[in-house]
Design a protein around this ligand. Structure first.
Ligand code: GLC
Length: 740
């Protein structure tokens, strides 16, 4: 059993004895100190923090990444405080530390948990070398609203894919042994349902019924807890009237009582004080009470706990036992990290950041994250011997910082290789590459350079446009109500289209964008998210066929923002839309109101399907699925059924395909989605080759929280599909019976 498997507290565990022994020595002030995390960024140097640490009034610091400063802060804690308790040192290492990998949404597009895990392992190693021993990742909020800036940090819209990648990142960050010098404590965040903020506006209210919470937003956190994640972070958001930082239903009933989590819960930044702003509390005194009562063990970057917890105990409003339980969670994490034995970091023992291995993995992940959305007339791949000249145009072709994406505090921009640089490197002097930025940035409305861009395109055999959003347009507090390409980028595409030569667009962005206004003006379209340091070499290899695109969408791309939220695993409703029962607004005059046509769930001006669906992605191979089979049409609860199909590469290029398994539970004690991802596999298929793809499905994997909120698999009829996207129609059926 993995060291990190969550088990009920075992008093015989030496760590429990050490926690109890240390706790017994602590004063109330020292206990409260362990529940405080202070900002240690450049405005708060060691000589400012020293008095707090020496007094035992700090349990953790964050936002310091200089190993010498961190070692000094640890020295003060260990040598100058009464009990010598080491510090947790936290930092956001979201998709890399020095070596920046694709943003998590791009990592999700790889559908490759092994790769995501390896990227996290590298990030942990680089961060640990700088003295970091705790990171606030993975962010595993299921996100179905591309207006939300933080969708960039998520693994997308799907519960299953998010849960699989959550485990991969937790295990990558924490390694096989949390005491190892290259392991750091992970933090599953933001607990819970933050991705459901109204209108995608960050920090806004969420209204999530318990059944939706349990079936959609909680499963990735449950998977992370089962994988042994050391810590969780509360969500800023108001969840059905109770903000995450005061939500005892989540923090005590679900997390502790139902899941048996024994780790540390940290607030989000200053989110305890914000309880008053939410309107949940009269004042900071009440905010401290609500948070500690709900089960928040440590306050991030705030002074509410420091100012009020001791008085709450001394006044009798809370029992000291509640403080002891919280401090035990903090101390347990420190013992699990081995900080009492080995608190200092010798950077020399770790490989230097930006190693050849790290950069190589960043390129592999970037390559697998890019999704080919369109490739008409086999515009791609370019044949280098078929091109004499190539126009590279756009604000994101040569933007080494922007390609890194959001949350890259410590990223080494010097490691970035841009698409322009990589294309020039790849073609050498065989192709004349002519570059024009054409726009100062993605938001620019200045079109004066468009005439020149048209001339550059006219002078070349083909044009590649690098468009999208800069890093600053995504991430925390950066939601957008309009998710078209910003500025006049679409106008630039239309101008270049008129030249009449092949046009390829590469989109770099931190969220799905609405691309309907450029789709018909390009021959090929690649979506690269923010691919990180190795964006250039990855994209160049794909453009010139050294690699075939294999990415699959982890999130739907809407036609228009008015469709949001739009996601594949929706409920059927009582009047589901289909191609034959909707009406387009342009045809509305021909529509006779008395007919039943059009009485279904759709938009007159957008229909009911996204522009590109979850799981979609083209390849330079051409994949066909056939002959789906089930190993049994009747199974009992507790059985396993095998669903298989044949996958053929009918193209001329060997390529990877991510085959996907979807299921539907047709009838439940609560309504169930029309499709749910239940498995996926990456397969390499040679031209002309047919392989069998096989999924084994245990009835437990079909369990959901029913009308009584209990987790159970309910007997009944199921559909199962296999295919290359959530739109697959290759279907079989089986029935689960209660018992044989
Ligand atoms: C933030 C974010 C959280 C992050 C923390 C520390 O406001 O919500 O995800 O880990 O601050 O930077």
């Amino acid at each position: 059993m993995s060291k990190h498997t969550v088990v009920p507290l075992n008093e015989a565990d030496p760590i429990e004895a050490r926690v109890a022994n240390l706790l017994a020595k602590m004063t109330l002030a020292e206990k409260v100190g362990q529940m405080r995390q202070l900002n240690a960024s450049e405005g708060y140097p060691p000589d400012y923090l020293a008095p707090f640490i020496q007094a035992g009034a700090v349990g953790s610091v964050l936002n310091q990444a200089d190993v010498d400063i961190i070692n000094e802060l640890q020295r003060i804690a260990i040598e100058d405080s009464r009990l010598g308790i080491p510090l947790l040192v936290g930092r956001d290492v979201i998709h890399g530390f020095k070596t920046i990998f694709p943003i998590p949404l791009g990592q999700a597009a790889t559908w490759n948990p092994e790769l995501v895990g390896e990227g996290a392992r590298i990030a942990a190693r680089e961060a640990a070398a700088a003295g970091i021993n705790w990171t606030f990742a993975p962010m595993i909020d299921v996100s179905r609203d591309p207006r939300w800036g933080r969708i960039a940090e998520s693994f997308g819209e799907d519960v299953f894919l998010t849960a699989v990648l959550a485990v991969a990142m937790v295990e990558g960050l924490q390694g096989d042994d949390l005491t190892s010098p290259d392991s750091i404590a992970a933090c599953a965040k933001h607990f819970a349902g933050y991705g459901a903020v109204e209108s995608g506006r960050d920090y806004a209210t969420t209204n999530i019924p318990e059944n939706e919470l349990r079936n959609v937003y909680l499963p990735p956190f449950r998977a992370a807890v089962r994988a042994g994640v050391a810590t969780l972070m509360t969500s800023f958001s108001d969840i059905d009237g109770v903000p995450g930082t005061a939500n005892a239903f989540l923090l005590r009933q679900i997390l502790r009582d139902e899941w048996g989590f024994a780790g540390l819960v940290v607030s989000d930044w200053d989110s305890i004080r914000q309880l008053h702003i939410h309107g949940l509390t009269e004042n900071d005194w009440d905010s401290a009470f609500e948070a500690v009562t709900a089960g928040v063990d440590m306050e991030m970057a705030g002074d509410i706990y420091g100012n009020h917890l001791a008085a709450l105990v001394e006044s009798g409003r809370i029992a000291v036992g509640m403080i002891d339980a919280a401090v035990a969670n903090v101390l347990r994490t420190k013992f699990q990290l081995g900080l009492f034995e080995d608190p200092y970091v010798d950077p020399a023992v770790q490989p230097a950041a930006g190693s050849e291995h790290a950069v190589g993995m960043a390129k592999t992940m970037a390559t697998q994250s890019v999704v080919l959305l369109k490739n008409d007339n086999a515009a791609l791949p370019f044949a280098a011997d078929g091109l004499r000249s190539l126009a590279v145009i756009g604000p994101l072709a040569d933007a080494p910082y922007e390609q890194l994406g959001t949350w890259i505090f410590d990223g080494d921009v010097g490691l970035s290789v841009t698409p322009l640089a990589a294309i020039r490197e790849l073609v050498g002097d065989t192709v004349d590459v002519r570059y024009l930025r054409a726009m100062e940035n993605s938001r620019s409305r200045e079109t004066a350079a468009f005439d020149e861009a048209v001339e550059v395109a006219r002078s070349c055999d083909a044009t590649i446009l690098f468009l999208g959003e800069e890093s600053i347009l995504s991430g925390e507090a950066h939601s957008r109500a309009n998710i078209d390409l910003p500025g006049d980028q679409a106008k630039l595409v239309q101008r270049i289209r008129k030249v009449g030569k092949p046009v390829v667009a590469v989109i770099l962005a931190g969220r799905p964008l609405t691309l309907a206004n450029i789709l018909d003006h390009v021959d090929a379209l690649l979506f690269g998210w923010h691919p990180g340091a190795m964006a250039g070499p990855a994209i160049a290899d794909l453009l010139f066929g050294h690699e075939s695109p294999s990415g699959k969408l982890p999130v739907s791309l809407p036609r228009v923002v008015g469709q949001v939220p739009i996601y594949y695993s929706q409920k059927n409703s009582g009047k589901p839309a289909s191609a034959d029962n909707i009406v387009h607004i342009d045809d509305i005059d021909a529509f006779a109101p008395q007919t039943s046509v059009g009485m279904s769930s759709f938009h007159l001006d957008a229909g009911y399907t996204p522009l590109f669906e979850f799981g979609y992605g083209l390849s330079y191979g051409r994949f066909e699925y056939a002959n789906i089979r089930t190993s049994a049409h009747h199974i009992c609860i507790g059985d396993t059924v095998t669903i298989s199909a044949e996958l053929t590469n009918a193209g001329e290029v060997a390529a990877d395909e991510i085959a996907q398994l979807y299921v539907r539970d047709l009838v439940g004690s609560v309504t169930r989605p029309v499709k749910q991802l239940a498995g996926f596999q990456r397969l390499r298929v040679e031209p002309g080759q047919t392989v069998t793809v096989e999924f084994r499905l245990h009835t437990d994997e079909l369990a959901f929280h029913g009308r009584d909120q209990r987790l159970a698999t309910e007997p009944g009829e199921f559909h199962a599909w296999i295919g290359g996207s959530s739109a697959t129609e290759l279907r079989t059926e089986f029935r689960i019976v209660a018992s044989s």
